[in-house]
Design a protein around this ligand. Sequence first.
Ligand code: G3I
Ligand code: 9MR
Length: 573
Amino acid sequence: MTKEKWVFSKQVRWLAFSITTVVLLSSGCSENKTQTPSLSTAANKGVAIHTNQIGFLPSQDKEIVISTTNIHDFEITHIGTQKVVLQGKSNQPTIWTLTGESAAIIDVSAITEPGTYRLTLSDTSENASFTVNSNAYGDVHDAAIKAYYFNRAGIPLDPAYAGVWQRPEGHMDNHVMVLNNSSDIRASSKGWYDAGDYNKYIVNSGISTYTLLRAFIDFKGFYAERRWNIPESTNNRPDMLDEILWNLDWMLTMQDSDGSVFHKLTTLNFVQDIMPHEAKEQRYFVGKGTAAALNFAAVMATAARVFPESENTYQHAAERAWRWALEHPNMSYKNAENVRTGEYGDSDFLDEFTWAASELLVTTGKTEYLDVINKYIDVPSTPSWANTMGLAYLTLLKEGSHHVPADTLDNFQQTFLSYANGLLETDANSAFHVAMREKDFVWGSNGVAMNHAMILATAYSLTHDDKYRQSMSHLVDYVFGKNPTGYSFITGFGNKPPRFIHHRQSQADTIADPVPGFIAGGPHGGQQDDCQYPSNLPAKSYVDDWCSYASNEVAINWNAPLVYALAAMINLF
Ligand code: G3I
Ligand code: 9MR
């Protein structure tokens, strides 16, 4: 921060302190948990206001972005009392190359009193409202994890849990054929649909399941009590574990007798937009490979720690898959010509080896795994289905202290924090104050944003340095509306959520609203579908249309880090 900016923000904070003190004494304003902000869009002067549409926590940074080329004076009014509680100036606008536009920040962090507020700007009639609410993320967290229930294969969704999104069961997967071997038919039930399609893929299921297990391990006290009305809510187990078990049960069926793991369970082609119970095409076990085996090994090893009552089922499954991978260290999966469903193809397995070895080390304590880690570990990156190196760091730094020598672990932590510091730098230098780099605008960019948030949450947990959790909160603000598209990207939440996600159930049912709690894939310049986009610029290339599977599909590997990030917002602030 430059000295000038520092002095300015200090002044604003002081002014705010004196004014909010008066408000505190005179208004008695209380927290409003249900009110949602409304965003006015009188566009006569062309200043668009981009703000978190869900609400800010009292102690998080509260920054609102305006698309403008000018510095604006601003005023914040408490809507209940109609009193002005804060006045100030935006910062100097800068250009974000990812939108090609100039934008400025309005910093209202000084407001910590719960309530609903209106922002007004000089030289424009634009205004927007926002809320400060200490429970801003509770409902959306529960919806984001409940999305997994809505995407369960092999179970009817009962109205008692699914409400208007009830539906008959689909894809029991009792007669799944091994591709090219019509006499080999097996059962492979349960699991979550991958995304807007009805297929089940080990690699993507793996990272999603691990991320939810990570959330459970990292926020155990929170999940011990948390319930979100699923069929298992009345048993003694936390709902998070029941949801995870639904997918673990399926994953186990994907392992063959020699320890190998099928890559995916799919039809040959994507089916059209019909409901699960209407989709009757033959499904197949398709392919095997190193990535599926290692991904499976990592998840099963993690599950063995979380479910000690499993009596080694998960650990044995993990060790068998690991041994198979050692014998087949370089087997890439590629779609055959007649298979057109998602590929999730990868050809570099050192990250998967490192991740699986990390989970197995922490679960079994065997030093052979530490040797593999030392051999293959590389700098971390933000986790994705194709790159799992970052997951090895999360596990080792959080759970590795009894198994990794202290000086080695310290090196890992320094490397991890320097990666997190790079994200902080991107955040500080971007006009939107968000840690999104050009290379992050790929298919599923919102998933990238939430995985960055998981990295930053971990950096905060390790150091308790406020800057990491604040930067995490900027990413959460981003997906809830502080972005150049005007959307809050989570179905059912915010003033302008997606309504036409690429999600077969939401498209084929007769309910106007899409299934709630799903994060849309998000903007990026790829545009690998035939849709009309409003812009070619990476951060604006998004369209809320069923046709846009490249920007508007939903997927379990994007919702999982959303769940993690929201649990982190609830537990780390
Ligand atoms: O590997 C290249 C890399 O070398 C290159 O630098 C980069 C440039 O953009 O592209 C990389 O390939 C990308 C690949 O993902 C790996 O990251 C492709 O462009 C990109 O099109 C591809 O997108 C994947 C998409 O499926 C298409 O295969 C997404 O990551 C993946 O999330 C998405 O997953 C789909 C499943 O297939 C089916 N189910 C729904 C799910 C979500 O849409
Ligand atoms: O609907 C499919 C979606 O779930 C996948 O993620 C996407 C990946 O390529 O493909 C979609 O299917 C489209 C197919 O690839 C091309 N024809 C149009 C299909 C969507 O209606």
